[in-house]
Ligand binder design. Structure first.
Ligand code: HEC
Length: 152
């Protein structure tokens, strides 16, 4: 039985065959140089993020009560929450290292006051978000916020 021969590059792609090797190499180098130039043009480094929010920023809050509220309001049905048993859901983002996040819901700078506000009414900040307003009072939201900011 005769062997089947694959066509050579020259036969399959006459245009590529016509182009000398050094030409193709030159083009990819030009691309790399452009990328390098674009990166160099970025100039100043990004400004540092604000100091990480911490539970101490909410002095009135009760961290233990916050954790109990997280369980009571079933935040675990949508979030992974380290330290809360069975909280491994993937509907929303993990709440691990929440204090290191720059934004809440991608729209609010992550400050203690904004976190409280987000928890009280997420759709007010991100219309269409899948996170519902679960009806927290201001005190409850503050306790939960302080608890969330202890998560590492
Ligand atoms: C029905 C599912 C659902 C429930 C219940 C829920 N969340 Fe969320 N949560 C989400 C989703 C989805 C997002 C992402 C929001 C967005 O980006 O628009 C989110 C975002 C967040 C964020 C911002 C995190 C970030 O990185 O942007 C925090 C904090 C948060 N939720 C805490 C809670 C707490 C505390 C509870 C319980 C009181 C709770 N969530 C209940 C779905 C839920």
């Amino acid at each position: 039985m005769p062997l089947v021969q694959f066509p050579s590059t020259r036969e399959r792609c006459p245009r590529a065959a016509r182009q000398p090797r050094w030409r193709a190499a030159g083009r990819s180098c030009a691309g790399a140089c452009l990328v390098a130039l674009a990166l160099a043009a970025c100039g100043d480094p990004a400004p540092p993020l604000a100091a990480a929010p911490a539970p101490q920023d909410l002095p009135e809050a009760d961290i233990g009560r916050g954790k109990a509220l997280v369980v009571r309001y079933a935040c675990a049905s949508c979030h992974e929450i380290p330290g809360v048993r069975g909280a491994s859901a993937r509907v929303g983002p993990t709440l691990r290292n929440l204090g290191e996040r720059a934004y809440l819901g991608g729209v609010l700078a992550n400050t203690p006051a904004n976190l409280v506000s987000w928890l009280r009414d997420p759709p007010a900040h991100a219309p269409g978000t899948a996170m519902p307003d679960v009806g927290l009072t201001a005190d409850q939201a503050r306790d939960i916020a302080a608890y969330l900011l202890t998560l590492r």
